[in-house]
Design a protein around this ligand. Sequence first.
Ligand SMILES: [Zn+2]
Length: 290
Amino acid sequence: MPTPIALKDITIHPVVEQQGPFFDALGFFPSLTKELLEENSSWLQPSFIDAAGKLILCIQSFVIKTPHHNILVDTCVGNHKPRPTRPFWNMMNSDRFETALKAAGLTFDDIDYVMCTHLHGDHVGWNTRLDNGRWVPTFPKARYIMTERELEHWTQREKDNPASVPWITDSVLPIVAAKRAQLVKNDFAFNEQVQFIPTPGHTIDHFSILVGRPGADALITGDMIHSPLQGKYPDMGMMADYDSPQAGQTRRRVFDRFSEEPTVLCASHFPMPSTCRVHRAGDGYKFVAT
Ligand SMILES: [Zn+2]
């Protein structure tokens, strides 16, 4: 079981649904060439890229346990969800997510808030579960915090072409219909110890979450980065980016701020353990074990 991160009176528990080689690194990062991959293979393999050139990604949520609330950040892929273009996520039926939540001492009933860093399919899946043929909120007591701009963007995409964004249909819009969505800006401060940091680029209004107090804090990145390779080459975009140049600027701004600081990064898609600290290295950044 992954180790929780302790920050004085707050703990952050990783809740892992899956880890595996889902995508070819070359397609995942459109500007990555065979030569550049080869040049970096000695430090990327076997932890971050397997021998076949597939990127090893973790699919996980984080639970922030404060003295007052249990906050679930992102909700993985989910069960029974039709994902025709992603065979490895199509119609999953697994107890891994629920078991991992239990290992953190929690059930679905214990979640007070869900925070969606962005509205991609591997981050909203457990927002809902199937109940007699209907998609209902998985966490019966939770309010789901997302940004207004991100929701607007994806709602329009769903209207224009629902088949292209099935996760919006089954995992986001039912939350809005059930009046569980709380819409905020991407610099929302939930309280003194849970604050959003705008990290746009991967999606239109992506945010990361800074947890704790200076000297004892952690940054839950969401998808502002997918692989340490994007630390070494901050401008390297990934295939699903809304605006790759902006995502590159975001990485530079955020990593400059947290370089050489004690802040622990919880890098959502990095393989377990997904925690690290960031340091400047050359024209980019490197990540070191915590
Ligand atoms: Zn993702």
